[in-house]
Design a binder for this molecule. Structure first.
Ligand code: B12
Ligand code: SF4
Length: 456
């Protein structure tokens, strides 16, 4: 989403072209630019530096920004002509002016975060939306909490800022022209936390009700205990809501300053979402200092018992600049940033070995993605949701699932699953079914890694 914001901040006398390495191939021989701007999170930093070095060797000036450069400016400065820290809104136009007059500075630092009324709407047409399954939005920025493993303070700060709801509505209306396929795209709120200011959250969800969209987002766990807000959330088209539950151990939550999470209420929260037809996504971390071999089994049991259809399990990752990084600094044995995607152990855990942590993680991810378990979750979800009021799988969605199933000739298990799903009377939408197949596929890859780990 950052490129769409940069494009919006770029004065009209300049042109702006965006390449996303996940979908575009960079043809170095075809690049024709005055300035190259690169964004990267930590896991992408090695690749970003490689590209920056290459462009500079070719004679292009390079500026680099985003969460990793903001937390490691010294390191980033070895690969770029200018390092940009924090939100571009405050300095991008002046950076371009400096560049045009040959006075590019080595460092740009947002320092102050722009006030709400200055938050610009992203320029959505710089992105080829047909290549993406979701349309990204951001209504609020920042998060006032200070979880020790989170580095959001480097990109959006701890001060919570909210865009006027009317502006968010206008952004959605502008997006709708990219939302015309058989499978309606979902909006994804890239907000760190949609539930900090309850009054704003309510106003936002009420405004979304009239737009007939489907959306996903995330926020504090306490959102899901607030019946009025969950009801509005469902009415406004929320299909999937993510919460950082992080751990089933109070000791682990305490260890990382995760305030507000009450493990005894996790069940109530997930059931509240399910009963309103919203799929709960739960973020969990393994690898806390207090975690031991029993952690994996306990986490899996919780997630299965509570019908968390979309569990997102991660390995504790000491992102630079965080308190967790400071604490683990002397135990970090792997500084290769491409290993910082939360699926590898890069430090020596306290009560486990790194190998035990990784193989426990792979084992758990595989258990959670068993198709038979996911099928049970779906049945539970459909039988406990308010489906009489909600849209069902449309004929075109059913056809699409069957079409996908036919395409998966080599995989009987997925084929059977997709045909089964396409026949279900209550299935809410095809998106969740396709996500489940993708999730299972990813877990199989994990299982291969686990087997390889045990063999080595
Ligand atoms: C959407 C999202 C994703 C999406 C898409 C990511 C993408 N490529 O766009 C998906 C789901 C794929 C994803 C995956 C992951 N994500 Co993610 N993701 C986000 C999220 C929620 C929103 C990102 C966003 O669009 N923000 C809105 C834009 C406008 O903000 P911004 O990127 O910060 O950009 C502003 C400034 O930083 C600055 N800026 C940024 N780049 C540049 C460049 C230049 C040149 C300049 C001048 C300025 C500038 O200006 C921008 C406008 O103000 C963030 C949290 C957050 N709120 O930022 C996490 C976040 C970026 N993700 C994170 C992580 C860890 C991951 C994963 C590793 C796994 C995981 N644990 O979730 C994977 C890695 C995937 C991979 N291998 O590539 C961490 C990153 C931590 C770090 N130090 O790297 C974050 C911060 C979440 C967190 N709280 O920890 N993610
Ligand atoms: S609540 Fe979420 S976004 Fe806020 S600090 Fe904690 S992990 Fe980061």
């Amino acid at each position: 989403m950052a490129p769409m914001v940069l494009a919006a901040l770029t004065p009209p006398e300049h042109s702006f072209t965006y390449l996303d390495e996940d979908i575009d191939e960079i043809r170095f021989d075809r690049i024709d630019a005055d300035l190259i701007a690169i964004t990267a999170m930590t896991v992408q930093a090695d690749r970003a530096y490689f590209l920056a070095d290459k462009f500079r060797l070719m004679g292009y000036p390079v500026v680099i920004g985003g969460i990793h450069a903001s937390s490691c400016p010294e390191e980033a400065s070895m690969h770029a002509d200018a390092v940009c820290m924090g939100e571009a809104d405050n300095y991008w136009a002046s950076l371009l002016e400096d560049f045009a007059s040959g006075q590019l500075k080595k460092r740009y630092n947002a320092k102050e975060y722009p006030p709400v009324i200055n938050l610009i709407s992203p320029k959505i047409d710089v992105v080829r939306h047909s290549s993406y399954s979701v349309l990204p939005l951001q209504a609020t920025k920042g998060c006032p909490y200070q979880c020790d493993f989170c580095c959001i303070k480097f990109s959006s700060g701890n001060k919570y800022r909210m865009k006027p709801v009317e502006q968010v509505v206008e952004e959605i209306k502008a997006y709708e022209r990219f939302n015309k396929g058989i499978l309606k795209k979902r909006y994804h709120f890239n907000d760190d936390n949609l539930y900090v200011n309850r009054e704003y959250t309510i106003k936002l969800f009420k405004a979304l009700r009239d737009l007939n969209i489907q959306w996903m987002g995330m926020g504090s766990f306490s959102t899901a205990l607030d019946r009025e807000v969950v009801k509005l959330m469902a009415e406004s088209g929320c299909r999937n809501y993510g919460m950082g539950l992080e751990s089933v151990s109070a000791e682990s939550l305490h260890e990382v300053n995760k305030v507000g999470n009450k493990i005894d209420d996790y069940k109530k929260a997930t059931q509240m979402l399910i009963s309103h037809g919203i799929i709960p996504t739960a973020y969990f971390i393994v690898g806390f200092d207090s975690d031991d071999e029993s952690t994996f089994g306990r986490t899996v049991d919780f997630l299965i018992e509570n019908h968390i259809i979309n569990p997102l399990l991660q390995i504790m990752t000491p992102f630079p600049g965080t308190k967790v990084y400071e604490r683990l600094k002397d135990r970090i044995f792997d500084k290769k940033w491409s290993h910082y995607g939360s699926q590898k152990c890069v430090f020596a855990p306290k009560k486990l070995t790194a190998l035990q942590l990784e193989s426990g993680f792979y084992w758990a991810a595989h258990q959670l993605a068993e198709l038979s378990i996911l099928k049970e979750h779906l049945k539970y979800f459909w039988s406990h949701g308010p489906w009489e009021k909600n849209p069902r799988l449309t004929l075109s969605e059913r056809l699409l699932l069957m079409y996908l199933a036919m395409g998966l000739k080599g995989n009987k298990e997925y084929r059977k699953f997709l045909f089964w799903a396409a026949r279900q009377r209550d299935a809410v939408d095809a998106y969740q079914i396709v996500s489940i197949v993708a999730f299972n596929h990813m877990a199989k890859k994990f299982e291969t890694s686990r087997k390889k780990l045990s063999a080595d």
